[in-house]
Design a protein around this ligand. Structure first.
Ligand code: ARG
Length: 431
């Protein structure tokens, strides 16, 4: 490893301890590197604005930072264990290339605010991607709800309850993913604040141009108090993982339904073949492995959230413990996005088995309809309920699933799905 930035006359380095300190940090920093470079660029401009670096030095630094970003993208520069972390790599590269000018870059900043700003910028992009995935899933569900209107048994406690429909099932997930889209947007807005310029967590004796870095980096506002910026580390990562968790929880329940509905016992739906796998021993098997792993994906996101929460038992100010939050946030977000990306194609290509679904709609499932009809005709509901309970077996006489669905006029239910209203909500969330 190259000498650390903090090398001094009395520094002692032990390879094992350094490895422990660095851990996977430099590898994880690859993920955040381009954001760190962008923030460094804004910092340089800020320093030039207050005369701490000359215009010429600033121009050279910005040019080198752009080259570094390009080299990183095309693989000419590799962030590896030669460096303690990504922040060190940036300063070393600038110093190597520019000498004195490079050694000026760290005036008024700390790796503590560098990591904060890079993580926030990275998370803003990831939350935007989360919003896009949730929107696409909601869109597909709305399209399917408009197209697929087959009777489907509705269950509570996994017991047959009332007649439902594929349209209601899809519209339910559509609205859930619309809410998840909103949550992604709200969380993005919540974390959209600039910590750069808080330095080690106590500010500096320079009139840093924090307004400039805030604007240039595209933040909506500044985190004003340097201590608050430090206190927010871990907390905003948790908020982001909760936004991911919200979507992944919906995906988990959706996957649960599908894994149940594809069993021979239900036989309601056929999955697109590429979402299934074979068995290594049983030639007859077609297993819904992809669906099961979609279901399991919430665990990865929830575990990442918990790991960060466990780290946060800390006094105020920067603590090195916080470094471990990077692995969790990276794992949770990457896995969450990978899972959500698979959902739209899966949903759009489900093949429903109308006959099996219809066969599973048994006469007693009309009992609630019968009781409510009586109540609407003036019988006290509890009396109507009792009468219907005594005659459940005959509740279906003269009724079809279509009748039941056509009469389900309560707002949001099958006969009044209000897909246009849901669509309008989704559209209003754009941008
Ligand atoms: N790798 C460190 C982290 O993620 C960067 C900040 C180091 N700061 C320090 N004072 N040692 O937290």
């Amino acid at each position: 490893m190259t000498d650390p930035l903090w090398q001094k006359a009395d520094t002692r380095i032990d390879a094992k301890i350094m490895r422990f300190l660095a851990g996977d940090d430099v590898i994880l920093d690859r993920e955040f590197f381009l954001y760190d470079v962008a923030a460094s660029r804004a910092h340089v401009e800020g320093l030039a604005n207050i005369g701490v670096v000359s215009t010429d030095a600033a121009a050279a630094l910005k040019r080198e930072l752009d080259t570094l970003a390009q080299d990183f993208r095309n693989g000419a520069f590799v962030l590896d264990a030669r460096y303690e972390d990504g922040h060190s790599a940036i300063e070393m590269r600038l110093s190597e290339r520019l000498g004195d000018a490079g050694r000026r870059v760290h005036a008024g900043r700390s790796r503590n605010d560098q990591v904060l700003v890079a993580t926030r910028l990275w998370l803003k992009d990831k939350l935007a991607a989360l919003g896009t995935h949730c929107r696409t899933i909601a869109q597909v569900c709305l399209d399917c709800a408009a197209r697929e209107s087959l009777p489907l048994p509705g269950y509570t406690h996994l017991q047959r309850a009332v007649v439902s429909s594929t349209a209601m099932w899809f519209a339910g997930f559509a609205e859930s993913f619309i809410d998840d889209t909103r949550r992604a947007h709200d969380t993005l807005a919540w974390i959209d604040a600039n910590p750069l310029g808080s330095a080690a967590g106590y500010g500096v004796n320079l009139k840093l141009d924090r307004e400039h870095t805030t604007r240039t980096l595209g933040f909506a506002r500044m985190q004003i108090n340097p201590g608050a910026a430090q206190l927010s580390r871990g907390k905003f990562e948790i908020a982001a993982l909760e936004a991911f968790g919200s979507a992944l929880l919906d995906l988990r329940r959706l996957a649960w339904d599908l894994s149940l509905f594809t069993t021979a016992e239900f036989d309601f739906v056929r999955l697109p073949p590429e979402y299934t796998t074979g068995s290594s021993i049983m030639p007859n098997k077609r297993n819904p492995d992809a669906i099961e792993l979609l279901r399991a994906s919430y665990a990865t996101v929830a575990a990442a959230r918990t790991e960060i929460e466990q780290l946060l038992s800390l006094p105020s100010g920067y603590q090195r413990d916080l470094q471990f939050s990077k692995g969790s946030i990276f794992r949770g977000v990457r896995h969450g996005l990978m899972a959500l990306e698979l959902a739209p194609n899966l949903l759009a290509r489900l093949e429903w088995n109308a006959a099996a679904m219809r066969a599973a709609i048994t006469p007693e499932m009309y009992a609630t309809d019968a009781a409510i009809e009586q109540a609407a005709a003036g019988v006290p509901f509890r009396d109507a309920y009792r009468t219907a309970a005594e005659t459940t077996a005959s509740a279906g006489q003269g009724r079809t699933p279509e009748d039941s669905l056509a009469a389900r006029v309560s707002p949001g239910a099958h006969a009044d799905l209000r897909l246009d209203e849901l669509r309008a909500r989704l559209t209003a969330l754009s941008g």
